[in-house]
Ligand binder design. Structure first.
Ligand code: PAF
Length: 281
């Protein structure tokens, strides 16, 4: 596995791969890799001739009081895991390489970035779309794989790709869960033993909502109430949102119909976790 730290070198590597007629599959990450990321890498490997994984803890997608400085990092472990999972190139640029001063440009997607996570994290998606657009121009992939756990991010990126005509296919990788149902996340490492135990309530409440829908409930407020009731059973939980929205425009639904997204963001202690399921009715 080759490790590349400069933008110029990464672009030159990708040009070389493309000139040889090979397909590039790309997995962007912020590192501290877990099975969820490695699964995205495997999906990329199945379809690509060369797989590139980026590790960059992107400062512009963190709010002023968020965990940028504490975000977990372990590059040596990540290198080993990425290589074992068959990554061909690890792109691991320093911050100055990605945001050389003066940096004055941003990519913003309207409306769908102002709901759900966009309410408590108003600048988050601008940071995400800006860095992902930059990474697309640097890595020049034919396709990129993003995890369904960040459902809103995925929808926002698909919108950006469509609106800005990036010639890149966006592929979705499934949520990978721990044995008890907790979705894998680099941030799970922050949880105390008690918070970790209670965090499983995210998955349990999503499953309870699905059971209600399967048994014929179509009133979205009734399902929201059940989600909140379950989440409140966890002592360390503070709900940011528990929403049921349309998968196309992320607007809250009154009636369960079509393709819906049930999305949660909940603090366990100081750690904000997200989870979701998609249901077709
Ligand atoms: O999902 C993530 O890890 C990040 O938001 C991403 C897509 C790598 C952009 O920094």
């Amino acid at each position: 596995m080759k490790i590349v730290r400069s933008v110029r070198e990464m672009q030159a590597e990708s040009d070389k791969i493309r000139r040889a007629g090979h397909v590039i599959g790309f997995v962007p990450t912020m590192g501290f890799l877990h099975e969820g990321h490695l699964n995205l890498l495997r999906i990329a490997r199945e379809k690509a001739d060369r797989t590139i994984l980026s590790i960059f803890v992107n400062p512009t997608q963190f709010g002023p009081n968020e965990d940028l400085n504490h975000y977990p990092r372990d590059i040596e472990r990540d290198e080993t895991l990425a290589e074992e999972a068959g990554c061909d190139i690890l792109f691991y640029p320093p911050v100055e390489e990605m945001y050389p001063a003066p940096f004055r440009t941003a990519v913003t997607v309207a409306e769908i970035t102002q709901v759900l996570c966009g309410i408590s994290r108003p600048t988050h998606f601008r940071g995400v779309t800006t860095i992902v657009a930059k990474l697309f121009n640097i890595v020049k992939p034919h396709f990129a794989v993003f995890g369904q756990k960040d459902a809103q991010q995925l929808i926002v990126i698909k919108q950006m790709v469509r609106d800005l005509n990036f010639d890149i296919d966006i592929i979705t990788g499934p949520i990978v869960r721990e044995a008890d149902g907790l979705a894998m996340s680099s941030r799970n490492v922050y949880l105390s033993p008690e918070e970790r135990k209670e965090a499983v309530m995210l998955y349990k409440s999503l499953m309870a909502a699905k059971t209600l829908i399967d048994s014929g409930e179509r009133n979205a407020d009734a399902i929201r109430a059940e989600l909140e009731r379950r989440l409140r059973q966890a002592k360390t939980a503070k709900i940011d949102y528990a929403e049921i929205v349309d998968t196309q425009n992320l607007k809250p639904l009154e009636t369960i119909q079509g393709e819906i997204l049930i999305a949660l963001a909940v603090f366990f202690g100081r750690t904000r976790l997200i989870d979701n399921i998609q249901v077709s009715v």
